[in-house]
Write a protein that binds this ligand. Structure first.
Ligand code: 5RP
Length: 239
């Protein structure tokens, strides 16, 4: 009898040509990013399907002194299953490098993250890294950012926070690992810096998914040709 895992795999519909191309691009961006990792580094691991391609490539490197910090329970579980050493950020301290995906990347280097609801931990990890590198398939690059912008809200008085944000709705997902409620801002983005400041100043908003260019060291975008590297607004440390 087939295992339940094999059965689930068989039931999954085949990827369309577009989905296969996007998956290949995610894998290419992840493979290029693995070359930035050296043994002994303290490495932040993002969350999502692009990062999922990074993990086996990292594990294949067989780095014995690599210390990883995960941005979600899903990444932590996947990384540990591959034999990677995962520790708490507070144990590791400053990170040399963090690598993560993104939902949208605009022409100025602003990101929207949090499609997986992990943006609060992702922002903390990105900010704790001397170098933060974003990996993405080509369809993530946009001229201007568009909603939704993910939010994490304090569980107390969620309706008040939603009303204060305006044009926001709860996402039908479990709470974040830190007990927060995940929602999406659906109004216009306009100037991302202004929206970022407004959301950060709204009582009850723990964190939002707008990442400023100055958090990002480099963006690696895989399209049809070689992986493109765009400098971000954060000065690179010597990682
Ligand atoms: C999760 C994230 C992810 O990085 C973002 O949603 C991109 O995901 P994927 O790599 O699956 O396209 O921010 O909170």
């Amino acid at each position: 009898m087939a295992s339940s895992r094999a059965t689930a795999r068989q039931r999954r519909p085949p990827l369309s040509a577009d989905e296969s191309a996007v998956s290949a691009q995610k894998r290419a961006a992840a493979s290029a990013a693995v070359e930035l990792v050296h043994d002994g580094m303290r490495l932040g691991l993002g969350t999502g399907t692009t990062v999922a391609y990074l993990l086996p490539a990292l594990a294949a490197s067989k780095y014995e002194a690599l210390r990883c910090v995960a941005t979600s329970p899903a990444t932590e579980m996947a990384a540990r299953a591959l034999g990677l050493r995962v520790e708490e950020l507070d144990e590791v301290g400053e990170l040399d490098l963090a690598i993560d995906g993104a939902d949208q990347i605009d022409a100025q280097g602003w990101l929207i993250k949090g499609g997986g609801g992990a943006h609060t931990r992702e922002k903390i990890v990105a900010a704790s890294a001397r170098r933060f590198v974003v990996i993405a398939s080509a369809e993530k690059a946009v001229q201007t950012l568009a909603p939704p912008v993910p939010l994490e809200l304090v569980a107390f008085a969620v309706e008040h926070a939603l009303a204060a944000v305006g044009s926001a709705e709860l996402r039908d997902v479990e709470r974040s690992p830190d007990g927060g409620v995940i929602a999406d801002y659906l109004g216009p983005v306009g100037d991302p810096r202004e929206l970022s400041a407004r959301l950060s100043a709204t009582p009850g908003v723990v964190e939002h998914g707008l990442f400023a260019p100055e958090l990002v060291s480099m963006i690696m975008i895989a399209g049809e040709g070689p992986v493109q590297r765009r400098a971000g607004g954060k000065a690179d440390g010597p990682a």
